[in-house]
Design a protein around this ligand. Structure first.
Ligand code: NOJ
Length: 766
């Protein structure tokens, strides 16, 4: 007998013995025994044989995710009745244990629960916010950070994280830019994959791994005007080319689940979007993992104006391919009626249930559903804190360092530590730090005091209570501290709550009176090091001339303090680079490196600054180009920018062939020398431009990078192999392919590096 027919018989026997819709209880022990007896050949088969035992109510139950807080009183009863497939936001291990025990021992089929949580950048040991992690360009440390987060979260029973968030974000007004890996599809894909590998590990929950969730599908980062939940307006080519790419990479790396986004794409909310979910994700990409809605995003399709009521919302979400519903209850309230009306059929529901069961089986939850208690000992362990510190160190970006004010001179006898972020343990954790605790945070002030002990006097005065403080009550103490010190370390930025979901800003200056205090501090004539701790790029244009150095430290997590302190004193050398362009002014947004050339590209010689326009100048557009009269055409800092205490010289950029066939690769190389006096790390970036195509192509695209270490005085040749698949794009007919023609290639220290070589892609036959 082959496997398939064996199974048919098995299912029939089980079906008969348990009965469709019967109330008789079958315990997990019995069910598991049945499965092991069956020696099932695959997880899918396991899911199918279980599916065959389920009543419609149990099937709908699997599609329901409820919030541990909101539904607390009802959960035990609902779980026992098989009406819940997943619980989110329950982090009390005793309650998680209790719920799993009810699911396994008291529900009829003993199906374990998925316990979901936003473990976004750490659990108790908080790592830097994802945007900051992306600034490290260090995939090993990102993977390790996610592994640590998973291990800690598994100890209290969480088995599913709603991460990574891989929405391309080009608008720093959007609060969720903090949670994203930034503006670039290539870098975002790499960061997403590193996180998935870290979270999922071998895929088994008992080994401290979590199912990951690629979110938010799709184009959420394109939210109009940077206002959260707003509309994404985008054509299919750009959608595929840029916004969907990291999601495809996630599938190639076996991500176990997807989450839909709140926004609409091409006038259809993502949670009801057949094109996105059914056509692209499930059919074209053949994704066989599970799709969860975002929080009530099925219900929100009513407010969007896409569904007139919850019933229609259930219909459209199921039709589109959402498998599990987060918090709202459209599926459980209406899918049976929709079946009776022949609008939804059982095979659609079965498909959704099957994906959810498969995820539970893959995680090994049937065998090991309970909190992995032994992992609790690792929470905030020395190893975890050390990795968090390294991650924070590598994520800090040095934006300015005039006259080498950093690292701090060993001759200093006193330093002033000023600013609302210097000793703000809660704020440094950043957004989405649900399980982090401020008592665990090591602040910059504490770390600096610790390092300097009695050797250097630390004069601390926050100056402003929080980042939004407007009054000047603390100014005099701050100025006194500055006057008494050899150098000023001014810690500014944003509190954690000013970025993240629904926390968007129209102005990106320093909130409160932080800039006014800087003005006062600069009058003291002291050297000023500005340390910015924020969840997004802020507009630094007016601040730069007033300070000697800028360390952009983001929200660095539990260990932000020691990380910043080590960088300040030179125990560590800055090596982060911007994962997102820093504009000069909000009015320039969106501004990103891989934009199009336009028919009238601006350059240094053709742009017209506002003050150069003659009075009553004749209105003409002739000779004018694409720029702002008041802010020009360049950003304040380009994508990929970041300094080091060392300096790196790039020489001899070369390629081994200037013709490349579509089936062969070429090698590009450059020699890099550390010409500074410190050992350091450099992120070497490869950019390519396809000069002409059947559709227009960006002026530059990141195609590779390497983070290398170079001893002071050392030289190294860095090599990139480029093949046709790296040059693929969606052509005029929306085919993903490489077109022959001319290309430019840069290997440089950031996206605005100038040295390039040219090559041509030719057909194999040529
Ligand atoms: C809404 C957010 O958009 C999503 O990212 C998150 O995972 C869910 N809430 C659950 O908290």
């Amino acid at each position: 007998m082959n496997d398939t027919s064996f199974f048919k018989w098995l299912v029939i026997i089980l079906f008969i013995s348990f009965g469709w819709g019967c109330n008789q209880k079958t315990t997990l022990a019995q069910a598991n025994k049945t499965f092991s007896l069956a020696t099932v050949s695959s997880n899918w088969n396991k899911a199918d044989s279980l599916l065959a035992l389920m009543t419609i109510s149990e099937k709908l139950g699997q599609l329901q995710q409820l919030d541990g807080g909101i539904s607390k009183n009802d959960l035990p009863r609902l779980i026992e009745a098989g009406k819940v497939g997943s619980v989110l936001n329950e982090v009390n291990p005793d309650l998680v244990f209790k719920y799993q025990k009810i699911a396994i021992e008291e529900s009829r089929l003993g199906i374990p629960l998925l316990i979901g949580r936003d473990v976004i950048h750490g659990f108790r040991t908080m790592f830097p916010i994802p945007l900051a992690q992306s600034a490290s360009w260090n995939m090993d440390i990102i993977e390790e950070g996610s592994r640590i987060a998973a291990k800690e979260a598994s100890s209290i029973g969480v088995n599913w994280t709603f991460a990574p968030m891989i929405d391309i974000s080009r608008d720093p007004r959007w609060g969720r830019v903090a949670e994203s890996p930034g503006e670039d599809a290539f870098l975002t894909s790499q960061v997403g994959v590193a996180m998935i590998k870290g979270f999922q590990g071998d895929g088994k929950y008992k080994n401290g791994n979590l199912a990951a969730c690629a979110k938010h599908f799709a184009a959420y980062g394109l939210t109009e005007g940077g206002r959260d939940y707003s509309t994404a307006i985008i054509g299919e080519r750009q959608l595929r080319e840029v916004y969907l790419r990291p999601f495809h990479a996630a599938i190639e790396n076996d991500v176990m689940s997807f989450m839909t986004s709140f926004n609409e794409v091409d006038d259809i909310p993502a949670s009801g979007n057949q094109f996105l979910l059914r056509k692209v994700l499930k059919e074209e990409w053949e994704y066989n993992g599970m799709v969860v809605s975002d929080w009530e995003s099925i219900k929100e399709m009513i407010a969007h104006g896409y569904c007139k009521d919850l019933k229609e919302a259930a219909y459209k979400a199921m039709r589109a391919g959402v498998d599990m519903e987060m918090v709202s209850t459209a599926y459980n309230d209406y899918l049976e009626t929709l079946m009776a009306e022949n609008k939804i059929n059982i095979s659609q529901i079965d498909e959704a249930v099957r994906r959810i069961l498969w995820m539970k089986i893959r995680l090994g939850l049937f065998e090991n559903p309970y909190p992995v208690k032994e992992n609790a000992a690792s929470i905030l362990s020395k190893e975890h804190l050390e990795t968090a510190k390294q991650a924070a160190i590598e994520s800090v970006v040095l934006l300015k360092n005039e006259n080498e004010v950093l690292p701090l001179s060993k001759t200093y006898k006193s330093v002033a530590v000023i600013g609302p972020l210097a000793n703000a343990p809660h704020e440094q954790m950043g957004t989405w730090a649900f399980d982090g605790k401020k008592v665990d945070s090591q602040t910059p002030l504490k770390a600096i005091q610790n390092i300097f002990k009695n050797k250097v006097k630390v004069n601390y005065a926050s100056g402003l209570e929080i980042s939004r403080t407007k009054n000047h009550d603390g100014f005099s103490a701050a100025l006194e501290a500055a006057n008494q010190s050899d150098v000023v370390l001014y810690f500014v930025g944003e509190e954690a709550i000013l970025s993240g979901e629904a926390h968007c800003r129209a102005h990106l200056n320093l909130p409160g009176a932080q800039e006014t205090l800087l003005d006062e501090l600069s009058k003291t004539g002291k050297k000023i090091v500005l340390v910015v701790m924020a969840g997004r790029p802020l507009i630094l244009t007016n601040l730069l001339p007033k300070v000697d150095a800028v360390l952009y430290a983001w929200h660095g997590g539990t260990m932000a303090g020691p990380a910043i302190a080590e960088l300040l004193i030179g125990n560590a050398n800055p090596s982060g680079k911007l994962p997102i362009t820093f504009p000069r002014a909000v009015g320039q947004i969106p501004m990103y490196h891989s934009h199009k050339n336009t028919g009238r590209p601006a350059n240094e010689s053709n742009w017209v600054p506002i003050d150069k326009i003659p009075v009553e100048a004749w209105q003409t557009s002739l000779g004018n180009t694409s720029h702002y009269l008041d802010e020009g055409f360049t950003p304040l800092f380009p994508f990929g920018y970041g300094l080091s205490y060392s300096s790196f010289k790039y020489k001899n950029l070369r390629i081994n062939k200037n013709k490349m066939t579509t089936s062969k690769s070429i090698l590009a190389e450059v020699d890099i020398t550390n010409t500074g006096k410190y050992d350091g790390k450099e992120i070497v970036q490869l950019y390519i431009q396809d000069l002409f195509g059947s559709v227009t192509r960006p002026i530059k695209e990141l195609k590779g990078f390497q983070k290398i270490e170079l001893k002071a005085g050392g030289t190294r040749t860095v090599q990139f192999e480029i093949s046709a698949k790296d040059l693929n794009f969606y052509n005029a007919d929306l085919e993903f392919m490489t077109e022959t023609g001319d290309f430019k290639l840069w290997i440089g220290t950031h996206a605005a590096s100038q040295d390039f070589v040219e090559f041509e892609v030719v057909d194999n036959a040529e």
